[in-house]
Design a protein around this ligand. Sequence first.
Ligand SMILES: C[S@@+](CC[C@H](N)C(=O)[O-])C[C@H]1O[C@@H](n2cnc3c(N)ncnc32)[C@H](O)[C@@H]1O
Length: 420
Amino acid sequence: MEALTSTIQEQTRLRWDDNVWKHLPKRWGHSFHPMCSYLAMFPPGIPRYFIEQFTEPGDVVLDPFSGRGTAPLEACVSGRIGIGIDLSPLAHILTAAKVDPPRFDSVIKRINELRASYKRPNIDGVPDDIKMLFDGRLTLPRIVYLRNELSHRKRVDRFLLASLAGILHGGYNDAMNDSSYLSISMPNTFSMAPNYIRRYVRKNHLHKLPLDVFEKLTAKVQRLFKNGMPSTRGYAYRANARNFSSLQNPEFKTSNVKLIITSPPYLKVVNYGTYNWIRLWLLGESIEKTNKKLLLDDKHGINSYENFLGDVLNQCERVLRPDGVCALVIGDVEEQNKNAQRKSYNLSEGVWNHLKQKTKLNFLTLIEDSLPEENKVTRIWGKTQGNATKTDRILLLYKDKLPHPRYPFSAQKVISKLLV
Ligand SMILES: C[S@@+](CC[C@H](N)C(=O)[O-])C[C@H]1O[C@@H](n2cnc3c(N)ncnc32)[C@H](O)[C@@H]1O
């Protein structure tokens, strides 16, 4: 058994060391992926690598920290059933829009209906922090109208809300005096703090472009549907990863998940509420509540983080098939000692050492993935990037039966398959 484990470790490691996803073009993947930027997202090639190696079409793939839905979308695009779970309302709406999308023509029809019945709403009650971002004559009233009209429960409306969140703020082209984003020129990836924006606007004399929101939304939807619909439908839940196995999903009841591929919240790195405050306003969600809920699993010390992941692994073990695989992408973290020296801590190894006595899942291998600095979303914070480091590791576990990669020792096969 030990010899077999190490052979499979070797096969998987070899494939990984070829850095399959790094051979893919920068914007590789289905046109739904760039629906909306999201902090700490992984490139679609990472989940796709594990999907190709460890699942067949029709299998179930789960991400219990789905973020913007990268892994479940890759599952649906490749004919598997993708399930995404996340506690953040923004992450939930993005995942739902991707794994359970409406048809293109019904989205366009809905935009046209909304445009036809547009009546300028009263925007007096809109917070000043939001008013400072958008032109008040044309742009903001239309955003407020859509915010009031779009229902979170309807498939087509959810897709529109997610698409609108994607164009809500970002940089514009000064030379063209136009933008695909609706706000003053600012980053698209995350929301800067209101006071910072106020100073920034004054200093740089930024102006607010009057934009036809319906037109910008139509253009966004057209870009998103460039690759058509994913081939299968999946599921999205707004739920806590600590107890997701009780969700009413047939694949959980029958322990039918073949692959779990996920990146848990980083240790003390991202405050998902604060950094998304503009998009949360669009969704009618409270920033404080989102922070509080996600704080739980974002602000742990190392010990409680390990306990948190222990609870999550317990849930994973319940829903996996006997031949199921679980891949956890976990970044190293920086620690500061008493003399203010910083050193890197291999969190995934720490997590495994802490949990191996407590989980029934078995260790397959630990794979290292050094990220070039420019590829990390947290680079935008420069020195204040917190505890994020340049090295991600993938802790690969299995349930009962040793899994066999479908393409052992053959990076080229997967790459050429993905480039078709
Ligand atoms: C590193 S991000 C995942 C990003 C994702 N891989 C992507 O590509 O977009 C971690 C996610 O965990 C979510 N999260 C934090 N605590 C959670 C909890 N207890 N249950 C479910 N989701 C949680 C955050 O909202 C965040 O979206």
